[in-house]
Design a protein around this ligand. Structure first.
Ligand code: GLN
Length: 281
């Protein structure tokens, strides 16, 4: 019996349900879309179509990779973030929809020059530049392998002229001043890291997820030198874990940053802390 898209999807979904994958419909449809070479929302128009042997084989392999816990983005080679496709590999944090809250807040006021500390795939920096006309930016990461992925994304989005990517341990190689500094640093505590989903721990870089200890060390480093790299009244925005709002706000205030605020994400969990450099710097 020839396989149809519909039959393969039904079987694929059942396999993912059995493996306890949290979003089996979406995952099966996205994998099928990649194999058919079409956007996920078009798969529904092709349900009665036959699947040839090579396609059925490829779909089966993709499903088995997902059953093993490989992230969808690694199987597909990337994912959508803030309306754009980003290449994602095991060398970078898988961009999460939560981080779009940080991008929204950053875009709520104008900026000319942005610094992204720990840029990973480049998803924050490149989204900000693509959304904001003529601004320019610097993305830094301690990982050369991550910078290679960010560079591929920069080229795919045609932002070579507006973004620079360099290897730096936080501010160590950064020069100049910025009217916006953003960061989604590793912030998971040592204890919470042990409780993460196996798929996250096995396939995403530990370096991007946890700094060890209480998870707050990067915020201390970022806050300590922020005023030195911000223009007067320049803004600092960082992503945080849902229970870190008070602690990060306290670190920022103690470093002399002003107008410190904690912002919720779309699920009403604390997700971003913002602050400004003093007006006379
Ligand atoms: N800035 C990147 C992101 O938000 C990487 C963050 C990280 O590796 N901690 O996806």
């Amino acid at each position: 019996m020839t396989d149809t898209v519909q039959r393969a999807l039904t079987q694929g979904r059942a396999l993912l349900v059995e493996a306890g994958i949290p979003t089996p419909d979406l995952d099966a449809r996205w994998l099928m879309a990649a194999i058919l070479g079409m956007p996920p929302d078009r798969v529904i128009l092709h349900l009665p179509d036959p699947l040839d042997d090579a396609q059925a084989f490829a779909f089966r392999n993709a499903l088995l990779a997902r059953v093993e816990g490989r992230p969808l983005s690694h199987i597909l080679g990337g994912r959508w973030f803030y309306g754009r496709w980003f290449r994602v590999t095991a060398d970078v944090l898988d961009p999460r929809p939560d981080t779009e809250t940080l991008v929204d807040l950053a875009l709520s006021a104008p900026f000319e020059r942005v610094l992204d500390l720990g840029t990973g795939s480049g998803c924050i920096l490149l989204s900000l530049l693509a959304e904001s006309g003529t601004s320019t930016g610097l993305g830094v990461d301690v990982s050369d392998a991550a910078l290679e992925v960010a560079s591929e994304n920069q080229i795919a989005l045609d932002l070579q002229a507006r973004a620079e990517l360099i290897q730096s341990d936080w501010y160590s190689a950064v020069e100049g001043r910025f009217d916006l500094i953003v960061s989604n640093p590793p912030y998971i505590s040592e204890a919470a890291y042990a409780d993460l989903d196996r798929g996250v721990r096995d396939y995403e870089p530990r370096l991007a997820l946890t700094p060890g200890g209480d998870g707050l060390a990067p915020y201390r480093v970022i806050a300590a030198d922020a005023a030195r790299f911000l223009t007067p009244s320049g803004r600092l925005l960082v992503e945080i874990g849902f229970d870190q709002g008070q602690a990060v706000a306290a670190i920022f205030a103690a470093s002399g940053l002003e107008d410190v605020r904690v912002h919720p994400d779309i699920n009403n969990k604390d997700r971003v802390v913002s602050a400004s450099a003093p007006a006379a710097n």
